[in-house]
Design a protein around this ligand. Structure first.
Ligand code: PNS
Length: 158
């Protein structure tokens, strides 16, 4: 059985994440979407909310599990018995950091990183930008699933 972990901070999950998750789920028998804190980013949603949203928007994918973890990704992969990490690549600007992480993870543990290129319709999308647009009252309905848009609007309401 093939298995992979798709890690991220998912604060919150966007249509771009969902696109990568759906395509990865079609390529592996088991896909574990793993949500964690990115220490370099300011958080809007707590881990429980983020996991809850990912669960809701991936409910149609029977081979997808959603989990949260603390600590190193390679340790989580080992606990799960998974040797493949899947990540989405939006643009060249993502590549340098992603390459660094892939190589570090390969050095720290027995994991290979597979990259999926983001569908062009989502290549400009990021959780940070969606939060900014939502914060200033912009329309985010094309960028996140409805349940995420509702949760964002509620969270950012004055
Ligand atoms: O969605 P993000 O914020 O780009 O995801 C980054 C994430 C969470 C995958 C990365 O920060 C990570 O793997 N964090 C876990 C801690 C870890 O293993 N750090 C070393 C990575 S080389």
């Amino acid at each position: 059985m093939t298995a992979a972990v798709c890690p991220g901070s998912f604060d919150p999950v966007t249509n771009g994440h969902l696109d990568v998750i759906e395509r990865a789920a079609a390529s592996f028998d088991r896909l574990v979407v793993a949500c964690t804190r990115n220490l370099g980013k300011r958080e809007l949603f707590g881990i429980e909310d983020r996991v809850d949203l990912i669960r809701q928007v991936t409910g149609h994918l029977p081979n997808v599990e959603v989990a949260d973890f603390e600590g190193l990704l390679v340790d989580f992969c080992r606990e799960q018995g998974v040797q493949v990490v899947v990540k989405g690549l939006r643009a060249v600007s993502d590549f340098e950091y992603e390459l660094q992480m892939a190589q570090m993870n390969g050095r720290l543990g027995e994991v290979e990183t597979f990259f999926l290129t983001t569908s062009p319709v989502y290549s400009f999308l990021s959780s940070s930008l969606v939060k900014e647009v939502a914060r200033f009252g912009g329309d985010i309905s094309d960028f996140v699933p409805e349940v995420v848009a509702e949760r964002l609007t509620a969270r950012l309401a004055p």
